[in-house]
Design a protein around this ligand. Structure first.
Ligand SMILES: [Zn+2]
Length: 282
């Protein structure tokens, strides 16, 4: 995988996995606050799913991504089946949306390098991982056939998640992640960790703040007040032009330098200048 990119600007993106009915409440909140999110929806999930058509009532700030057909951890199934799960989930989402599905999220964060090649072969532009405590822009994945980017995340919307995600940082031997955990994670809840990470990116003048979670966990953990509060704060930052709100697909499109990268989410109350392409720092 190539070196990390540095963004000339601060971007806020969110992603929500599994297609649970609670996603609709998250989508409503994203629209209300002028934010953007990508919903990774499998066709089948033990917690239950809603059909992709239910997301169609929202504007372009709400995007669908693929999450396999049967919510399969790719590392736990044979390659032929993994290839089918990846390719068919893209087709399935596109049948519902009628548009290109740019992004994929491997269930449970379990995948190997060969699975990235399968995503490239299927025609995806990027994948979201569960790497935590990152402010990096999507990283280019070296594949001769198609530009493809791998997206880390910053914070998961889940109480007491910081220490669990520290294991994630240690496993990846990420020094930056460890520093961010010490500064923004230790002893804080996820909402404060997220805002602390955003503050870091704003101070630096670049970075991608990526909040992710599961709608069904938000409901089970009674996190709706926290979601509302953190969305309100992110919205305030966007309106103050400290950061720009983009979907995962828009972020990847910016990295690819696509001329037709979607503009700002229409719900945003304050006009902002057009996005600049994300540039390589090295
Ligand atoms: Zn999932």
């Amino acid at each position: 995988m190539g070196a990390s990119r540095v963004t000339p600007g601060v971007y806020i993106t969110t992603s929500w996995d599994d297609g649970h009915p609670c996603d609709l409440r998250i989508a409503q909140l994203l629209e209300r606050y002028g934010l953007a999110g990508t919903f990774y929806v499998p066709r089948e999930h033990p917690e239950g799913t809603i059909p992709p058509s239910r997301y169609a009532t929202f504007g372009p700030s709400v995007e669908l991504g693929a999450h396999t057909i049967h919510h399969e951890a790719l590392a736990w199934i044979d390659d032929a089946r993994a290839r089918r799960e990846i390719a068919e989930s893209k087709d399935w989402i596109e049948q519902h949306t009628g548009t290109h599905c740019p992004v994929f999220c491997p269930p449970r964060g379990k995948f190997h390098r060969r699975h990235l090649d399968m995503m490239v072969d299927a025609g995806f532009d990027g994948a979201r991982t569960v790497e935590a405590w990152s402010l990096d822009a999507p990283r280019p994945y070296a594949n001769p056939h198609r530009a493809f980017h791998v997206m880390p995340t910053t914070v998961q919307a889940y109480p007491n998640v910081a220490l669990g995600n520290l294991r994630n940082v240690i496993k990846r031997r990420s020094l930056c992640g460890l520093v961010r955990f010490v500064r923004c994670g230790f002893g804080r809840d996820w909402t404060h960790s997220l805002v602390c990470s955003l503050d870091t990116a704003v101070r630096r003048g670049h970075g991608v703040v990526h909040l992710w979670g599961h709608g069904w966990e938000i409901a089970a953990q009674k996190q709706w007040p926290q979601v509302d509060a953190v969305f309100r704060e992110l919205s305030r930052r966007v309106r103050a032009r400290q950061a720009r709100a983009v979907t995962n697909g828009q972020l990847v499109a910016l990295c690819r330098g696509d001329a037709d990268a979607p503009p700002d989410a229409p719900a945003r109350p304050v006009a902002t200048p057009p996005p600049r392409p994300l540039a390589h720092a090295s």
